[in-house]
Design a protein around this ligand. Sequence first.
Ligand code: NAD
Length: 723
Amino acid sequence: MKVLITGGYGFIGSHVADRFHKEGYEVYIIDNLSTGNRGNITFKHKGYELAVEDAKCEEVFRANQFEAVVHLAAQASVNTSIMNPQLDSESNVLGLVNILNLAQKFKVKKFVFASSAAVYGTNEHIPLKEELPCDPISPYGLSKWVGESYCRKWQELYGLETICFRFSNVYGPRQSSAGEGGVISIFMDRVFSGQTLYVYGDGNQTRDFIYVEDVADAIFRSSYSRLSGIYNLSTNTECSVNEVIEAIGTMQSVRDITYADRRDGDISRSVLNNEKVKRELDWSPMYGIGEGLQRTYAWFELNRAKMESATSAVSAAKLTPYRQMFKKYMPYAENLLAFVLTAWLTFTQDTDYSAIDIKLFYITIIGIMYGNRQSILAVVLSIGLFIYQKLLDGRELVSLLYDTNVFFQIAIYLFIGLVVGYAIERKNSAIQAAERNKDELEEKYDFLNGMYKEVREVKDELQLRILNSGDSFGKIYSVTKELESLEPENVFSSTVNVVKSIMSVQSVAIYTVNPYRTYMRLIAHSNDYEGQASIRVEDDACMRWVLNEGKVFVNKDLASNAPLMCAPIFYNGEIKAVIAIDGMAFNKFSLYYQNLFKVTTDLVSSALARAFAYIEATESQRYVKGTPILRKEAFASILESKKMAKTHHNTPFLMLCAAEGEAGIESRPDQIAGMLRETDYIGLNEQEKAVILLSNTGYDDAARVLERFASRGISLNIVNGEL
Ligand code: NAD
């Protein structure tokens, strides 16, 4: 089964993902990694780096049929929601609507939404119950409240089952201490780095701290429950900030605590009533604050080294602004250096080369290297140098203003500088646009390629399943073909093959039931079957159960005196026969095979119903008028199926005829029929002489059978050659 977890690389999401993975689900994650971390998930899964509001999410749903969607991705900072409400609503409202809509479109069974205690605002009727009015005080709380309404509406309008959990303060391993984080992870972080703990207020303010694995447990349970609506998810226990510090102090010494002024909007007490979720979801928090803190502490301790290396990475990152500054001013420095070189060359220039204007080279090279901005600077510097040269040659500054040659030279500098700079600038921005385009295309390609591979994998897997499936269409077709006969005897002997091959079992037996349901006779069986030829129903608890209940019997206790499974075969509402199977591999002893057995026996029942209906309709043509003797054609067909059963399953049968010099069977058919079982027949053979056909009777039984007939004055012989 597949589950999609949005925000699965985040704090709560990664624990939810762990839980589903442990329960055997295939886990899929959508996360834009804005606050999440891929390293939080260590097992095999499929992750998509996508924002929940992105239209590409549809491809993820199209390629996978999800059983449940757990929507945790959100902008989860109250401060950010106040500073940038638009960003908050993009993730928390548009993102939710996108995923909710896709869940409905692609027929997801359950949608779980992470709401928050923030929807209650400053309501002081603690412990807060679900039915209390909501009045959020931040855009974050508002977006969660709106989210709950969307979930409710999607259930009403489209029948998508949705459940919303209002989390209290969640804490535990992997919670970030950056930004707002949770107070517990911030304290843990500061305690480990020997820093002062800051408490806003006197520390007596209370919160309802819930351990993250308890949250994951509730979400997992809800994913397969029939519950929907809104539930608080909390411990219903108040714990003050001072109590948290005290508990942490028992594990690691707290260096210093500074109490600062209470922050605006901080509520003094917060606790959510959790009776509803406990009662209806059969869930209860497993971890008290003591044990939860210990587990969190152990995780922080274990990850200290990692966090330290992360800190050094952060200090390395702090160097980046200097690098950026260096990068920014480098072109100016290089430009000035080139100008100094140009000035030096100009003044030391050999008179032979004085016709060459080095400043033009300088402007062109700088323009090519750095584009417009630096080329204009190079032009300004070159004009300055040119005027300075003229002044050194003894010209008056004012006279230069009237010199058209000077203006012409300045115009050339400007022209070269602007043309080169502009051309290079255009070329650079075209290259950048092409690179951006290429990056976007590459990203799109990677995404579609990933989707394509995934769809291929699913397709291959399905194809393999169809090929390997024992009940594929091809097989079912051949099975129904085998049962096509209109002769019940044929249907019975084909059934043995059919059941053997569909159920992959060694031993199959079919018993017919007499009209009083007192006896059952073996009519067809496989080679390996070692059961009795006839059963007295009263003595056999298993068969008695099948006949009374009319259902599939499964030998769950593995009793040695009963087959592994038995199923009744009905005709006209009456049980006509029972199929028993044995010798099944242990891994097939599952609900799937029980259902398969039921389907197979239903197939047999309908084949038999057809055959019996045919026999009833053609009764007058089957029997010699007024006698129980089968006509030649009907008898030949039954004999044929007996021969087949003998060849394939070694099922014996015996044919008897009147002894030499004795009156023929035709002379007293009713008396003889009265001595036969339901599975035996009297019929006309090829020579139009009446013979008796005894099912499931071998040579070993012959003497006893002949004796029984002889005791009634009927002398019979075994028909040679027929066997
Ligand atoms: P988190 O920041 O650790 O996890 C959020 C995850 O969602 C991150 O991996 C982030 O990268 C991802 N994400 C954010 N915006 C996204 C977007 N637009 N598209 C795709 N991915 C995006 O936060 P968390 O504490 O694990 O919270 C999970 C959920 O529980 C959130 O919905 C939050 O509002 C809710 N919640 C948390 C608490 C708590 O105490 N931690 C309390 C109440 C409700």
